[in-house]
Design a protein around this ligand. Structure first.
Ligand code: HEM
Length: 404
């Protein structure tokens, strides 16, 4: 057994048993962050804070929510919104956070793409990030089922139908997923379990993996500069703080992170108090009715781009295109063949690829919301083809890129 001495303080007692000083060093005071990064690198912390807001507000909502097809709608729209003190506030925080988290995830992802932060030893950061994206999508979709409104029901119907695989007619699989022929009590029960237990646990584990993956390669920087973190941190610890290219995560960098988080929270609570409706579909304020199909069924804004890749094609082609869109971002570190981990602006054709992809996804998102009438149907169709085309050409244009 290790050698224990009489503790001189509570901290010393804990230190001997849990090595808290060492943990603090590894996680904070000797976790080195490059100086040359901008506010976009605070998005990771903004995501952590938003996830905490989701967890805390979710726990309060869980105290009154009823996972029962006859009671769910009223437990949300009547009990929580009208009867429980500040129930409306927790619901608005939860709804706004669920929507805004995707906006931040997309900014975080595109920052990574722009600066090439998925390359050269950072592949695991990217892969764990993509798993987080999938887990957040599952969390958002399962949560959307819970108020048991018209959009919950019909979006549940449409999305689970996709598992029939078009002309494969895997109807048994769809029934197995639903636990019934149509979305009903078994469906609500399992999505409730996924939303409050399984997926949040997976997210917590994945955040741990994502942070772990950041430790060895460290975060990238805005100049694509490669430097020796050991040498730079030694400089810092030896007193040359101005000359060193790195700073401590805590408390130095965290102060910057917190300033961005502060500005974000002002924007966040502005939405909570004055524009919470942007995160709530009016159709979902009607209780679920299996006999009344809404005229236009569409997902929440953050899924619209992939929905628009499904919609303009025939069923089978659409399903293949949709599956392609779901997995292709995962492949990015392996499809980008260039050795350059520098900002897109300093790379060959990739700089056009980046902006084309971003604009194309914005077009797909706008087209996904409108009914597929002309000219929107054609615009959506060509935008979907462009999305697929851009991914096909990526390995070729990056292979041709000269080393910077
Ligand atoms: C939703 C939960 C997520 C959380 C809490 C999270 C958190 C973080 C944090 C704290 C950092 C370090 C600081 C920063 O660069 O912002 C980071 C870096 C990174 N994340 Fe995430 N992230 C999440 C999702 C994602 C997703 C969906 C992706 C995309 C696939 C992703 C890709 C990356 C990359 C590539 C880096 C490295 C950035 C660099 O080296 O400069 N993350 N993440």
């Amino acid at each position: 057994m290790a050698h224990f001495t009489k503790a001189t303080s509570i901290k010393d007692w804990l230190n001997q048993r849990l090595a808290i000083d060492k943990v603090e060093k590894v996680m904070a005071s000797e976790y080195w962050i490059p100086k040359n990064i901008n506010f976009l690198w605070a998005m990771g912390m903004v995501l952590v804070i938003t996830f905490v807001l989701l967890l805390v507000s979710g726990i309060f909502l869980l105290m009154y929510y009823q996972p029962n097809v006859d009671l769910a709608f009223d437990s949300v729209n009547y009990t929580i919104m009208r009867e429980v003190d500040f129930g409306w506030l927790w619901r608005h925080v939860h709804g706004v956070a669920a929507s805004v988290v995707f906006l931040i995830i997309y900014i975080h992802m595109f920052t990574g793409i722009y600066y090439g932060s998925y390359k050269k030893g950072r592949e695991m950061i990217w892969l764990s990030g993509m798993l987080l994206f999938v887990a957040f999508s599952a969390e958002a979709f399962s949560g959307y089922m819970l108020p048991w409104g018209q959009m919950s029901y019909w979006a549940g119907m449409v999305i689970t139908n996709l598992f029939s695989g078009g002309s494969l007619h895997a109807d048994g699989l769809v029934e197995w997923i639903r636990g019934d022929y149509v979305p009903a009590q078994a469906f609500l029960d399992r999505f409730f379990m996924l939303h409050v237990v399984l997926v949040p646990l997976a997210i917590i584990g994945l955040i741990g993996l994502h942070f772990g993956a950041l430790r060895i390669p460290h975060v990238n920087n805005q100049d694509g500069e490669e430097f020796d973190f050991d040498a730079e941190s030694k400089k810092y610890l030896d007193g040359d703080k101005a000359g060193a290219k790195v700073i401590r995560f805590a408390n130095d960098f965290m102060a910057k992170d917190m300033m961005v988080v502060g500005i974000y929270l002002v924007f966040f609570f502005y939405l909570v108090f004055f524009h919470y409706d942007f995160a709530m579909d009016p159709v979902n304020f009607d209780p679920a009715d299996g006999l009344k199909t809404p005229t236009h069924i569409y997902p929440e804004w953050y899924f619209l781009w992939s929905y628009e890749i499904l919609r303009p094609f025939s069923t089978n082609v659409g399903l293949i295109a949709f599956a392609f869109a779901q997995v292709i971002f995962v492949m990015l570190p392996f499809l980008d063949r260039s050795p350059n981990a520098v900002p897109a602006s300093r790379r060959g054709l990739f700089k056009y690829w980046f902006w084309a992809m971003l604009i194309d996804m914005i077009i797909l998102t706008s087209m996904g919301k409108v009914p597929p009438v002309e000219p929107f149907g054609s615009i959506g169709f060509y935008a979907a083809l462009t999305f697929i085309g851009l991914w096909i050409i990526l390995p070729f244009i990056t292979k041709m890129e000269k080393k910077v």
